[in-house]
Design a binder for this molecule. Structure first.
Ligand SMILES: *[C@@H]1O[C@H](CO)[C@@H](O)[C@H](O)[C@H]1NC(C)=O
Ligand SMILES: *[C@@H]1O[C@H](CO)[C@@H](O)[C@H](O)[C@H]1NC(C)=O
Ligand SMILES: *[C@@H]1O[C@H](CO)[C@@H](O)[C@H](O)[C@H]1NC(C)=O
Ligand SMILES: *[C@@H]1O[C@H](CO)[C@@H](O)[C@H](O)[C@H]1NC(C)=O
Ligand SMILES: *[C@@H]1O[C@H](CO)[C@@H](O)[C@H](O)[C@H]1NC(C)=O
Ligand SMILES: *[C@@H]1O[C@H](CO)[C@@H](O)[C@H](O)[C@H]1NC(C)=O
Ligand SMILES: *[C@@H]1O[C@H](CO)[C@@H](O)[C@H](O)[C@H]1NC(C)=O
Ligand SMILES: *[C@@H]1O[C@H](CO)[C@@H](O)[C@H](O)[C@H]1NC(C)=O
Ligand SMILES: *[C@@H]1O[C@H](CO)[C@@H](O)[C@H](O)[C@H]1NC(C)=O
Ligand SMILES: *[C@@H]1O[C@H](CO)[C@@H](O)[C@H](O)[C@H]1NC(C)=O
Ligand SMILES: *[C@@H]1O[C@H](CO)[C@@H](O)[C@H](O)[C@H]1NC(C)=O
Length: 509
């Protein structure tokens, strides 16, 4: 049985793999990928080309201000490229990259370990600035990785920087310290991609409900990017910007996962294919409980908590795509969106807002997270079904989420150092003990020639293992049994495939 599940899954994965070219809808004008301290060009495990640092981007005195060293260890799970060599900085060191004007992704790669005989990352703190923005202040890659709840041994920091012509990236060691970096990546993006607002070209300020744009004196740091209900989407599977989308299992959210992994997403002018890859739109999370007693959902919220630095404003981008064929008109699935306990959008009718057919869409919100007296805080996202007349589908839906920190007025993005465990840092997690009930339904053969169609319905029930930090009144999901989905089609298929039930982290990559 397990073999069968794996077989079906591998077919699925291979089908998804084929879409790669088609989903890479953005062609970046600038792509720099520097393997710092490396002696030769290298290809990473995803087939991307990393080059040695181009001397024209380095200060003329770079030779004496920095050294290249090889890592002494390669812990399991740490890729060779770009992490096995580093450039170590003895004093202030600036790379000057000349790029086209506009916002750029800047990604910094760190693997804190021992390099050569003299450099042990545990001893060193440093700051990083770009043009006039402070990205990291008295930062320890070592303690940040050690404090992360992820088991990853390396760290990727992603920023979005407005650039006129020069991107000057400066590493400044703290007193009696050294600085280091393993890799530097710069990738362009569509014009004002995160600053001019979402789908409707507007950013709603939660609280005041005023709409605004973000001007080019603001830089961003990506703090969360999730493929809700889905699996890890690696850099090369993004829609051309090499973003990484993480599964939301970590948020310990419960509910029902509904996927259309092989559906061709019909991108639109308002939501072009570069906004997010098909993998993101094709999977969603909902409350479930549909045919049992959907009205129970009206008494609940579906709630996520995202750890962030206190004292900053955040851009929250939510991605939506209707993954249930049964929802085929306006006024059927309607819900409210709350951020930080405040109303962000009262009436979310995806079918109506996205233009009446099955279209992807996204919404942008701005949320202020006050200081209180803490350095860390949460952004709470609540989705609540609305029982308007005729809204028979009492459920919510979310497909993807991005949370970006905005630089404050003095150009600072550096929060307090992460010295205690918190979920802010990113990379790849190991499989986690969880009870996932995976039910895979296959419906092959459609009226139109080659079109084949796969529905994956994954019901996941998790033990509530909420961290203490998180507040109590959160989501309580209920048991969802397959039978409750008695839509004619699904039921039929379910019968023939009811033996395809497996458990374990199949969705984890
Ligand atoms: C990497 O570089 C090699 C040779 O320089 C080239 O053939 C290959 O197409 C490049 N790969 C990518 C993904 O750009
Ligand atoms: C290095 O940069 C820091 C911060 O910009 C500055 O305070 C310090 O004077 C610089 N050190 C040198 C040697 O230039
Ligand atoms: C970047 O550095 C170059 C060379 O040092 C300098 O001419 C330029 O003004 C700097 N640009 C910015 C935006 O800081
Ligand atoms: C950086 O800040 C300095 C002083 O605050 C200012 O003169 C300069 O124009 C700023 N540079 C950029 C690129 O904003
Ligand atoms: C940097 O952080 C370390 C460890 O928290 C601390 O000992 C040191 O004083 C800090 N340095 C500065 C300049 O803040
Ligand atoms: C890593 O963190 C653990 C606690 O989470 C601590 O006991 C340990 O000393 C830390 N290791 C280093 C090298 O900082
Ligand atoms: C910001 O926009 C103004 C006006 O369009 C432009 O003059 C300026 O160069 C831009 N600055 C950056 C850093 O892109
Ligand atoms: C919507 O779906 C229902 C069944 O779920 C069906 O009866 C109805 O005809 C569909 N409406 C449209 C406009 O396709
Ligand atoms: C849902 O969340 C909002 C905002 O946090 C809250 O005001 C409301 O009471 C919650 N509703 C339920 C049913 O928990
Ligand atoms: C995409 O649009 C085409 C043409 O309008 C339609 O036939 C198809 O069903 C749509 N696909 C989805 C997944 O909605
Ligand atoms: C932070 O605020 C809480 C209550 O708001 C208070 O109990 C606590 O003592 C404060 N902590 C500090 C360090 O001020």
């Amino acid at each position: 049985m397990i073999c069968y599940v794996l077989l079906v899954f591998s077919i699925l994965v291979s089908l998804m793999g084929r879409g790669e070219g088609a989903t890479a809808a953005y062609e970046p004008t600038d792509v720099f990928l520097f393997n710092c301290g490396a002696a030769s060009d290298n290809v990473d495990e995803n087939g991307r080309n990393w080059t040695v640092e181009n001397l024209k981007f380095m200060p003329s005195n770079s030779v004496k201000d920095s050294i290249s060293l090889d890592a002494l260890y390669q812990e399991s799970g740490v890729p060779q490229v770009p992490y096995m060599n580093a450039r170590i900085f003895r004093s202030n060191f600036t790379y000057s990259f000349s790029v086209s004007p506009g916002w750029k992704f800047l990604r910094l790669y760190f693997y804190p370990t021992r390099y050569g005989s003299e450099f042990y990352s545990v001893n060193y703190f440093f700051s990083v600035t770009v043009n006039n923005f402070t990205l990291l202040r008295n930062f320890s890659a070592h303690f940040t990785v050690n404090a992360s709840i992820q088991e990853s041994k390396y760290l990727i920091k992603e920023y979005i920087i407005p650039v006129n012509q020069m991107l000057n990236l400066t590493f400044t060691p703290s007193l009696n310290s050294l600085a280091f970096v393993n890799g530097i990546e710069i990738v362009s993006m569509p014009d004002r991609f995160y600053s001019k607002g979402g789908f409707e070209n507007m950013i709603t300020n939660v609280g005041s409900m005023v709409e605004s744009e973000i001007d080019n004196s603001t830089a961003f740091e990506t703090v969360h990017r999730r493929n809700i209900g889905g699996r890890l989407v690696s850099d090369v599977r993004d829609s051309g910007m090499f973003r990484r989308w993480f599964p939301d299992d970590e948020d310990e959210i419960e509910g029902v996962v509904v996927s259309f992994p092989n559906a061709k997403i019909n991108y639109t002018d308002k939501t072009p294919a570069y906004v997010a890859p098909e993998d993101v739109y094709a999977t969603s999370r909902s409350m479930g409980n549909l045919n049992n007693d959907p009205r129970l959902n009206l008494q609940r919220n579906m709630t996520w908590y995202f750890t962030v630095d206190a004292g900053y404003t955040y851009l929250v981008r939510l991605h939506f795509y209707e993954t249930m064929l049964e929802v085929n008109g306006t006024n059927q699935r309607i819900f409210s969106i709350y951020l930080g306990n405040q109303m962000a959008k009262q009436v979310m009718d995806l079918f109506w807002l996205s233009g009446g057919t099955r279209n992807p869409m996204f919404l942008d919100f701005r949320v202020d997270v006050g200081f209180a007296n803490r350095t860390k805080s949460n952004i709470q996202l609540d989705l609540h079904p609305l029982a308007l007349t005729g809204a028979w589908f009492n459920d919510v839906l979310l497909n993807g989420l991005e949370i970006l920190k905005l630089s404050n007025t003095d150009g600072n993005l550096a929060g307090s150092p992460d010295l205690t465990p918190n979920p802010v840092t990113q990379p790849i997690k190991k499989g986690k003990k969880s009870h996932v009930l995976v039910i895979i339904l296959i419906l092959v053969g459609s009226t139109i020639g080659l079109a084949s169609f796969i529905v994956v319905l994954m019901l996941s029930m998790r033990q509530m293992k909420r961290k203490k930090k998180m507040k109590e009144n959160s989501v309580v999901m209920f048991k969802v049994l397959l039978k409750q989905y008695s839509y004619a089609e699904l039921k039929k298929i379910t019968k023939s495939f009811s033996h395809i039930v497996g458990k374990g982290g199949l969705i984890d990559t």
